[in-house]
Design a protein around this ligand. Sequence first.
Ligand code: DC
Length: 221
Amino acid sequence: MISVAIDGPAGAGKSTIAKAAASGLGFIYVDTGAMYRTIGLACMRKGVDTGSPEAVVPVLGEIAIDVVYKDGEQKMLLNGEDVSGEIRTEEASKNASAVSAIPEVRAFLLELQRDFARKNNVIMDGRDIATVVLPDSRVKIFLTASPESRARRRTAQLAEKGIEADYEKVLSDIIQRDYNDSHREAAPLKPAEDSVLVDTTEMTLEESIEKIISIIKEKIE
Ligand code: DC
């Protein structure tokens, strides 16, 4: 089986680019952030403080998380309920970031993630895929862009959905999340030594997709 790891900060376009590349190559796209988001949502629903590991860890024993594919799209099930839409709110993002700093949460998801790569050709996106989850990936890409360009894209995406967001607030949230994700002790966000760095600040989405597909093809063919 062939694995492609795509890591990078929030809003760099990982999921859109990885999804497009996966469909072009006939690989399965695995979004690991969605798994952390689902655990964050489970805690929110139970009224558990995601900043407290003592409160979060017991929740892991009380929930069932499943990843299923429907028409090629990854869906997250929490105790059998499709929560794929609900995990996308700003509040869910913050809770995902908080629970992802807890080592027990990371250990809980590790086997699930590795299992996909054992059984399928995958493009897996996350923060620690090349460094921890699949260190033997054939291709390792670290996708980044300036915080300002990520905030601009995010604000535009929200506007498209009819949600008016304040650019400065979106930017400060992005900077805060980058800090949390890269300064935690457990599997912090960082490139692997052998990752290919791709900065999409000055690229269009189409250019980014093309670039990623060409890097992958070069390494797997
Ligand atoms: O990629 P995303 O925004 O959906 O990720 C949600 C949160 O989960 C993000 O704050 C970082 C965390 N995460 C992680 O720690 N490790 C991963 N492999 C994927 C996501």
